[in-house]
Design a protein around this ligand. Structure first.
Ligand SMILES: Cc1cc2nc3c(=O)[nH]c(=O)nc-3n(C[C@H](O)[C@H](O)[C@H](O)COP(=O)(O)OP(=O)(O)OC[C@H]3O[C@@H](n4cnc5c(N)ncnc54)[C@H](O)[C@@H]3O)c2cc1C
Length: 289
């Protein structure tokens, strides 16, 4: 296996263009090193950690720009991220152990494209965009079209994720990320649900609702039927029940060593219900009627 440590973005992009699918980008290495040990060795490793300009969390008008090499711990300890994007902060806070959070990067979590990636459902409901660089240019893509299946993204083998741009939610919005895992934060999510709501000016109806589901489909997905059912209405217990069941029906989970598909659907329903109740109360100050 060849090993490269490019010092500039353009050197890294040239290496990826030259080696294509034989090359593997490595950032924190918390996924890549496990794969090398237990699955297969790539033809070459391109370590991007020494490339300047790919870390940090910057305010940019009505959005936050997060460098791909920003670690999960940097997200967790960022006051601005906690204040502006609490739903993403919650995912960082519930992510593995402190040791892993210190090493794992946001770009690696996204680049891995695992359906259970902790930050993906929150970034989906936040309408994030990813910036991907190639040897011959760069593109910005919506999070909703970036993922193509487990381990597959539209950047392919020659793209390098450089930045994630996350717009601030509308005023008055509240979001929550709920993770269910066998060993809590120490384990990869069996199911992760992100809920974001925006009440109307009078705090009587749901003006906007976004529900993101993780670990229950080949990619992170929204629950558009449940969202449509809720939009424009006041949140009642009956509506919560109906919407949560609808969200569960929109998931397409698999059975694996962590859980059966049936159990995963049931957890989606329970977490969606809890997420809707919590965000409604936080946004309106009212209990669900
Ligand atoms: C003990 C343990 C616990 C874990 N717990 C969790 C958990 O609770 N939640 C969770 O979501 N994950 C968990 N993980 C998985 C892993 O830590 C995360 O996916 C992490 O965010 C990966 O980041 P990294 O920087 O280590 O990525 P790496 O391992 O370096 O790379 C991961 C993938 O992304 C690609 N990649 C990395 N950076 C880029 C880039 N900038 N552009 C293009 N491609 C890129 C790599 O080629 C590779 O395919 C755990 C892993 C371990 C070992």
């Amino acid at each position: 296996m060849e090993y490269f440590e490019p010092k500039t973005l353009s050197d890294a992009l040239s290496l990826l263009a030259k080696h294509g699918a034989e090359a593997k980008v490595i950032a924190g290495g918390t996924d890549v090193m496990v794969d090398i040990k237990f699955k297969e060795e790539p033809g070459s490793l391109v370590n991007i950690k020494k490339i300047p300009g790919l870390t940090g969390i910057k305010e940019n008008g009505a959005s936050l720009r997060i460098g791909a090499l920003t670690t999960i711990r940097e997200l967790e300890t960022s006051a601005v991220l906690r204040a502006k994007l609490p739903v993403l902060w919650e995912a960082a806070h519930q992510f593995a152990s402190l040791q892993v959070r210190n090493t794992a990067t946001l770009g690696g979590n996204i680049g891995r494209a695992s359906p259970s990636g902790e930050t993906l459902a929150p970034l989906l409901v936040l309408d994030a965009k990813v910036k991907v660089a190639f040897a011959d240019g760069e593109k910005t893509e919506s999070f909703s079209s970036f993922f193509q299946g487990p381990g597959k993204t539209s950047m392919g083998a020659k793209g390098l994720l450089t930045e994630i741009e996350v717009p601030y939610p509308a005023a008055g919005s509240k979001g929550v990320y709920l993770k269910h895992a066998v060993r809590g934060a120490m384990d990869i999510a069996m199911v992760g649900v992100a809920v974001m709501i925006t009440p109307d000016a009078g705090k009587n109806n749901l003006q906007d609702v976004r529900i993101g589901l993780g670990a229950v489909a080949p990619t992170p997905v929204r629950a558009p039927k449940a969202e449509a059912l809720l939009r424009g209405k006041p949140l009642t217990a009956a509506l919560v029940k109906e919407a949560a069941a609808l969200a569960a029906s929109e998931a397409s989970p698999i059975s694996d060593q962590r859980s059966s598909a049936e159990n995963r659907r049931w957890i989606v329903e329970a977490l969606t219900r809890r997420g809707l109740e919590q965000t409604w109360q936080a946004a309106t100050g009212k209990e669900v009627a």
